[in-house]
Design a binder for this molecule. Structure first.
Ligand SMILES: [Zn+2]
Length: 322
């Protein structure tokens, strides 16, 4: 492949959305940006584009910008494969199918690490192996631990601006009274949950503030409910959560970690999993708290979805889970 300056080619790519370069050495460019979810080094990472006729390797610089060229207009759908040539690769291979409209649009891809080192909390420094397939495998008739928006395949999560997330108690007239003591027990537990997850997550808010439309979580007690707890989240097409309703069937569950921490994980976006020992698992009996795996997958997911939003990088989760 001829040597080309990445910067100038990236500019050219942006200026020629069809991917066609002018001049005698006309070729069809593809390119974009690789962003590591753990901000780690991209040494040894390769990007290869494939169409019906062949495979073409891109040049990639240390910032993750890559660019390559097809010798002629691609004859079919283009697939990008991002992988590491190391014997102990740092990242999961990502396979991105580009639309049949051609490869001209820059592809921004979040690379998922094979291990996540937990940051903060009692598990700080613990290295947890990451398997995106397990994290996204559906559980029963629900989503997996990592939930993806159906429209955009982006991770479903609260956006950075929503943190700390407002939490307000909600009483319907028929619901039992939530006493100051219930509230204290719930907030103690919510703060232990934050310590486990290694970050500040929640702040108390009034019912009126969240009811008026501010992002937030409602907490309610509903004695008519058969399950110990149930949580609904509401999110938009980009995967942004803007409301959660966390319900328990008895006041006592507000201070019981097995129930309330499970529901708090739902409230910040996570589903059930059979993929690892988990407070969100089918055999959660005896699991009273989020496990190191629960925390690692949660921290990584929030790192990924933040990059997806801030850098407009739609690819990453589904593309690594194959
Ligand atoms: Zn549940």
């Amino acid at each position: 492949m001829r040597m080309i300056a990445l910067g100038s080619v990236a500019v050219l790519l942006a200026a020629a959305p069809g991917g066609r370069t002018p001049g005698p050495a006309a070729s069809y460019l593809f390119g974009g940006r690789i962003i590591a979810a753990d901000s780690g080094s991209l040494d040894g990472v390769h990007v290869i584009a494939t169409d019906e006729r062949g495979t073409y390797e891109a040049l990639i610089d240390s910032s993750g910008t890559f660019v390559g060229a097809f010798p002629t207009q691609p004859s079919s759908r283009v697939t990008l494969r991002v992988f590491s040539d190391s014997a102990t690769p740092r990242y999961h291979t990502s396979v991105v199918s580009l639309g049949s409209g051609g490869p001209g649009e820059a592809a921004r891809i979040v690379l998922l690490p094979r291990r996540w080192r937990i940051r903060g909390g009692p598990f700080d420094g613990r290295d947890v192996p990451i398997d995106p397939t397990r994290a996204t495998t559906r559980f029963g008739d629900g989503p997996g631990y990592w939930r993806l928006s159906r429209h955009s395949a982006r991770g479903v999560s609260w956006v950075a601006d929503s943190f700390p997330i407002r939490v307000a108690f909600r009483h319907a007239p028929v619901d039992p009274f939530i006493s100051p003591n219930d509230s204290v027990r719930f907030w103690d537990l919510a703060m232990s949950f934050e310590r486990l997850l290694g970050r500040k997550l929640f702040r108390p808010a009034s019912f009126e503030e969240v009811d008026a439309g501010a992002d937030g979580i409602f907490v309610a007690v509903n004695k008519r409910m058969a399950a110990a707890g149930k949580t609904y989240i509401t999110y938009d097409a980009t995967g942004r959560i803007y409301e959660a309703l966390l319900t328990v069937s008895q006041n006592a569950y507000l201070g019981e970690s097995r129930v309330a921490m499970h529901e708090l994980l739902h409230a910040i976006g996570f589903g059930h999993t059979g993929g690892w020992p988990s407070i969100m698992g089918p055999n959660a009996a005896g699991v009273e708290l989020p496990t190191a795996e629960d925390v690692a997958y949660a921290q990584l997911f929030y790192a990924i979805t933040r990059i997806q939003r801030d850098r407009d990088a739609p690819f990453g989760i589904a593309e690594s889970a194959r």
